[in-house]
Design a protein around this ligand. Structure first.
Ligand SMILES: Nc1nc2c(ncn2[C@@H]2O[C@H](COP(=O)(O)OP(=O)(O)OP(=O)(O)O)[C@@H](O)[C@H]2O)c(=O)[nH]1
Ligand SMILES: [Mg+2]
Length: 228
């Protein structure tokens, strides 16, 4: 049987484009943010833009199923100039567009680099999904999985590839823990058990520290990227 699908078959990307292009310029570090619906992905993206935009050349791609709502929120909040915010309407299960057929997202990332580049950092927000959603390594270089304390303090224990393998796990909305009866120590213990040495950030975007620890994690990734 001949299995040559030519150009019409969705290409499976198993690794990203090289950091340094043929002409010697360096492409942006691409960081994906995934996680369940409403956990705080867009709020984290907005806070990261505010924290890092003075020191890094940044852009954002948002994924929504049927709308451009997340991009519109970021535009309204003016976290970046409008030409640095792109929306992909996935029209299907959100994980398909970040894992299986990543072509629309890759196109959005490459167009941003072309139109507003050179860029240091592109954040790609997945549509809200479930605990199994992860990004293709052909789309992003690092991924952050965002869960929140209101989703239940047993989420880290339940595992799933987002919780166990993401380069950074954010447990968001810690300010709500007392109101919803979530035990943060238990979440920290369970997360450590699932993730070994991989880092976990407990975050409240309503608190004084806000996104600062996650912004520091991004800075460290950028520093490592610059010497690759
Ligand atoms: N109390 C509290 N609320 C937060 C925090 N972070 C985000 N929120 C709120 O949680 C709600 C959902 O946040 P979003 O950032 O839209 O969540 P999302 O993960 O992007 O949602 P989808 O894209 O729809 O999956 C919003 O009302 C945010 O203001 C936090 O640290 N504490
Ligand atoms: Mg969102």
């Amino acid at each position: 049987m001949h299995l040559d699908h030519g150009d019409s078959y969705p290409h499976r990307h198993t690794h990203s484009a090289e950091p340094v292009r043929a002409d010697g310029t360096r492409r942006a570090l691409r960081v994906g943010l995934g996680g369940p619906v409403g956990s705080g992905k867009t709020a984290t993206v907005a806070a990261l833009c505010r924290a890092l935009r003075a020191e890094l050349s940044m852009a954002v791609v948002t994924n929504d199923i049927y709308t451009r709502e997340d991009a519109e929120f970021l535009l309204r909040e003016a976290v970046l100039p409008p030409e640095r915010i792109a929306a992909v309407e996935t029209g299907a299960c959100p994980h398909t567009a970040i894992r299986d057929d990543i072509s629309a997202n890759l196109e959005a990332v490459e167009e941003l680099e072309e139109n507003v580049g050179p860029l240091d950092l592109i954040l790609v927000e997945s549509g809200g999904d479930n605990l199994t959603a992860t990004f293709s390594r052909g789309l992003v270089d690092a991924q952050i999985f965002v869960i929140d304390v209101a989703g239940g303090d047993d989420i880290p224990r339940k595992g799933g590839p987002g919780v166990t393998t993401a380069d950074l796990l954010i447990v968001n909305k810690t300010d709500l823990a007392p109101h919803v009866g979530s035990d943060l120590d238990r979440m920290a213990r369970d997360a450590a058990e699932q993730r070994g040495d991989l880092p976990v950030a407990f975050q409240s975007l309503r608190g004084p520290e806000g996104v600062a620890p996650v912004a520091d994690w991004v800075r460290a990734r950028i520093a490592a990227w610059a010497v690759r």
